[in-house]
Design a protein around this ligand. Structure first.
Ligand SMILES: Cc1cc2nc3c(=O)[nH]c(=O)nc-3n(C[C@H](O)[C@H](O)[C@H](O)COP(=O)(O)O)c2cc1C
Length: 168
């Protein structure tokens, strides 16, 4: 029986330096390349884009998360990258999401890329945990079955890996 791959989670905040006029182009671009690459690397996570910038959670095998974060840090579309949390975890918060997205701009057309229901609840839980607050019984860190997106394998959503299914 093979050892389950150790899971690592990294969260950071950064300041967007995308020209506001370019936001509707650049955010979908970021999501598209993130989802393609993350799915191939067994990375899951979430990206929050707000007025001040980004908060992103990456989770997966440690080497994959580190390599991806190295690339992200060098990306000229943001600056002031500050790590909020980095360490081993027992399970994924964003299982099945190659990169879930939450953002306030209704005109971004990212809906077509499949925003995750309850993404804000999951991010809130992650942020509370980082701040040292207890998170009650994963209630807000689990997607209620009734609120899963209809397209189970739609953009951003990846099928559970065989190892995750087998290993629990
Ligand atoms: C805020 C932000 C979040 C990003 N998240 C990811 C990510 O989760 N995974 C990823 O591969 N690239 C992510 N990127 C994109 C990378 O920085 C980089 O542009 C991309 O990996 C380059 O891929 P390419 O060389 O194949 O075009 C992100 C970029 C930004 C600005």
């Amino acid at each position: 029986m093979s050892e389950p791959v150790a899971l690592f989670r990294l969260a950071y905040a950064s300041r967007s330096i995308i020209d506001p006029a370019r936001v509707p182009v650049e955010i979908p671009r970021i999501l598209e390349s993130a989802r393609r690459s993350n799915a191939a690397q067994d990375i899951t996570g979430a990206l929050l884009f707000g007025a001040d910038g980004f908060v992103q959670v990456l989770e997966g095998p440690v080497a994959a998360v580190e390599q991806t974060f190295e690339r992200i840090q060098c990306d000229p579309r943001h600056a002031g990258v500050a790590v909020l949390e980095a360490g081993p975890v027992g399970q994924r918060d964003f299982d099945g999401w190659s990169m879930a997205f939450a953002g306030r701009q209704p005109d971004l057309q990212v809906a077509a890329l499949g925003p995750a229901p309850d993404i804000l609840g999951l991010l809130q839980a992650a942020l509370r945990r980082m701040a040292g607050h207890p998170v009650p019984a994963r209630s807000s860190a689990t997607m209620p079955p009734g609120r899963h997106p209809g397209r189970a394998n739609g953009p951003g959503r990846v099928p559970p890996s065989p190892s995750a299914a087998a290993g629990g």
